[in-house]
Design a protein around this ligand. Structure first.
Ligand SMILES: NC(=O)c1ccc[n+]([C@@H]2O[C@H](COP(=O)([O-])OP(=O)(O)OC[C@H]3O[C@@H](n4cnc5c(N)ncnc54)[C@H](OP(=O)(O)O)[C@@H]3O)[C@@H](O)[C@H]2O)c1
Length: 320
């Protein structure tokens, strides 16, 4: 027993030493790619969901600094206004506006879109950033399981309502913030809403795989329109995303130095939104501002089409 304890203590000591020695290198590696494009977005309109905190807030700020009018769609308008105020305080010349959008409620999505279409003449960049991770079993207002409902179906409906505007504004881009987690997901068509069995981690992975499949199918359908869509893994980012999981929160706090900051996490979204070299790239997946691996289940055209049809059916919409 004593021997084992000594071994464990020695082991921990060695690991701590290694971490201290290599921390700067690991940190540098974790920071990942940087969006180097300095493209001006003067006169461009951007819409980003879940922009009151984390990656979304940083993405909104960076795009606003580049000159765009940025509409921050948030479910909590007060939190959104606070974020907008802090962006304005740091960059007084920026044009950021807050609108109410709850992706867990199709009525809210429709109301948002109707107002939005009456307010703006163009939409050049649409960023599907909002997301929920590992929440307890909950349903959206419309009875969808929360992860698939917010992360996928909410954004699916929003896109369907704004696609006409995007096409009229072409060249335009859609960025879907997915995750590496898509690798561990599969679409459970027989139980999409996890009514049979619920695992919050798997429900998150399923929704992030849905993001990848949606991106690919939408890209196929948008061929020739000069509206592109790409998905993103932002990196492992120290944000509020872990709020529902104590274990993940502890893990993220302990390893904070090895995680990306929200600003670093925003770089790949920014890259996909603005980089010149991507003007005709569509249906691809990016991480660290570079093309990234897509799991086989994220490359299946058949699954992508089936998910598209199921999504239309669940939302009661026709979209082809
Ligand atoms: N952090 C990571 O390591 C990581 C890794 C891979 C992918 N991602 C993806 O990155 C995206 C941004 O996440 P984050 O890390 O920045 O997390 P975050 O700090 O928790 O931000 C998530 C945002 O989504 C919003 N949101 C949640 N439910 C919503 C709803 N029903 N309607 C409208 N907005 C809603 C949140 O609003 P409230 O503040 O009001 O809740 C918040 O603004 C997510 O799609 C996530 O899946 C993150």
């Amino acid at each position: 027993g004593m021997m084992l304890l000594l071994l464990i203590v020695a082991g921990l000591g060695v690991v701590t030493l290694l971490v201290i020695l290599f921390a700067p290198h690991i940190r540098k590696y974790a920071a990942g790619g940087v969006c180097r494009s300095t493209v001006s977005l003067d006169g461009k309109t951007v819409l980003i969901t879940g922009a009151n905190t984390g990656i979304g807030k940083e993405t909104a700020m960076e795009l606003a600094v580049r000159g765009a009018r940025v509409i921050m769609a948030c479910r909590d308008v007060d939190k959104g206004e606070e974020a907008a105020a802090s962006i304005r305080a740091a960059h007084p010349e920026t044009q950021v506006e807050v609108r109410e959008l709850d992706l867990a409620d199709t009525c809210s999505i429709r109301a948002f879109a109707q107002k939005f279409l009456g307010e703006v003449n163009h939409l050049h960049i649409l960023i599907h950033n909002a997301g929920v991770m590992m929440c307890p079993y909950t349903k959206t207002i419309d009875g969808f399981e929360m992860h698939i409902g917010v992360n996928h179906l909410g954004h699916f409906l929003l896109t369907s309502l704004l696609i006409g505007l995007l096409k009229r504004s072409a060249p335009a881009r859609i960025v879907v913030v997915s995750s590496l987690a898509h690798n561990f997901g599969w679409i459970r068509f027989h139980d999409l809403h996890s009514q049979g069995s619920y695992n919050s981690g798997l429900a998150y992975c399923q929704s992030k795989l849905a993001n990848v499949l949606f991106t690919r199918e939408l890209a196929r359908r948008l061929k020739g329109t000069d509206v592109t869509v790409n998905s993103v893994h932002p990196g492992t980012v120290n944000s509020d995303l872990t709020r529902h999981s104590t274990l993940m929160t502890i893990f993220f706090t302990v390893f904070a130095t090895f995680l990306k900051t929200p600003r670093e996490g925003a770089q790949t979204s920014l890259y996909c939104a603005v980089a010149d070299e991507l003007h005709s790239v569509s249906g691809k997946h990016f991480s660290d501002c570079a093309p990234a691996f897509v799991a086989p289940q994220g490359r299946s055209e058949e699954t992508a089409r089936r998910l598209w049809d199921v999504s239309c059916e669940l939302l009661g919409i026709e979209w082809d």
